[in-house]
Ligand binder design. Structure first.
Ligand SMILES: C[S@@+](CC[C@H](N)C(=O)[O-])C[C@H]1O[C@@H](n2cnc3c(N)ncnc32)[C@H](O)[C@@H]1O
Length: 285
């Protein structure tokens, strides 16, 4: 499958330039040390019940066990996302929109054996992710490029599936779903995992605003996902509220040496009901 020319002006606003600078400079141990466990680098949160025993036991192995446990929970999140994409035939093609250091793309290729394109507006992430694909010997099937998910330059109708793993809060949803709708084949599958604010709460709470400020992002209300999907021929088939499943991850992470300072804001936002962690699955019609 060929790709069309890359857009020469990938970063189209001062905002996108600032997001790219953030991710180009990002070196948080919570991302790098966890990825070093097995070479799958995530930039998203975890789900599932932790093994709380990592907080106890021999002090000299505690940090190592904590890192492995947080990584296991983050990998479980990506596995759930990919389970909701499939089945994808080996001849299929997937797009990881806002791919970070590429962990989910590598997992998708391992699971489906298909071609995966990962895109990010961080050139450093793209370089890092391509290096990982090379190390694993899958660079012919998994490739990463510096592209804007709002205007990728890929040909229309070329993808069997597209996902956003915690990357929708950096873009306007109408523009994003218009772009995805163009790229997906009819009947193609879209999955996102995202934090969104609760319309019932009202507007973004103080804790949600702190998260926005920390990551330079703009968390959307839950309602906007469904309105923008409906406007662009993406019909939801499944919605899973992962809020309860992610809170234990945050509780564990808050007790680790890997804290980034945003843990309390997440726990507060989930706790006061102003914020949800959702997985949304939709089909392109
Ligand atoms: C929180 S990280 C998530 C990374 C990855 N999906 C994961 O789960 O590990 C957000 C990602 O979105 C990317 N991003 C933000 N705005 C983008 C845009 N307009 N086009 C492409 N990527 C974008 C960032 O560069 C970063 O890689």
């Amino acid at each position: 499958m060929t790709t069309t020319q890359q857009n020469p002006s990938v970063l189209t606003s001062a905002y996108q330039q600032s997001v790219a600078r953030y991710w180009n400079a990002e070196r948080n141990p919570v991302n790098l040390a966890l990825g070093d466990v097995d070479g799958i680098y995530h930039h998203h949160y975890g789900i599932g019940e932790p093994d709380w025993s990592v907080l106890e036991g021999p002090e000299d192995t505690r940090e190592r066990r904590m890192i492995e446990e947080l990584h296991r929970l983050e990998t479980a999140q990506a596995e759930l996302l990919l389970d909701n994409l499939g089945p994808i035939p080996p001849g299929g093609r997937l797009l990881d929109a806002g791919c970070g250091r590429g962990g989910s793309s590598i997992m998708a290729n391992l699971k489906f054996g298909c071609r995966v394109d990962g895109i990010s507006i961080s050139e450093e992430q793209v370089r890092f992710a391509n290096e990982q694909a090379g190390r694993r010997g899958v660079a012919d099937q998994v490739s990463f490029s510096f592209r804007n998910m709002l205007d990728t330059g890929f040909e229309a109708g070329g993808f069997d599936g597209i996902w956003n793993n915690e990357s929708t809060m950096y873009v306007n949803l109408d523009q994003l779903f218009a772009a995805h709708s163009r790229l997906l084949k009819p009947g193609g599958r879209y999955v996102c995992v995202t934090g969104c604010y609760n319309d019932v709460y009202g507007l973004p709470s103080q804790a949600v605003s702190k998260i926005n400020s920390h990551y330079i992002c703009d968390i959307h209300p839950r309602s906007q996902y469904f309105a923008a999907m409906a406007a662009h021929n993406l019909v939801p088939i499944n919605v899973i509220d992962l809020t309860a499943a992610t809170i234990p991850y945050w509780r564990l992470r808050a007790q680790s040496n890997l804290v980034t300072g945003i843990e309390d804001a997440f726990l507060e936002a989930y706790g006061d009901g102003s914020f949800h962690y959702l997985l949304i699955v939709a089909d392109r019609v």
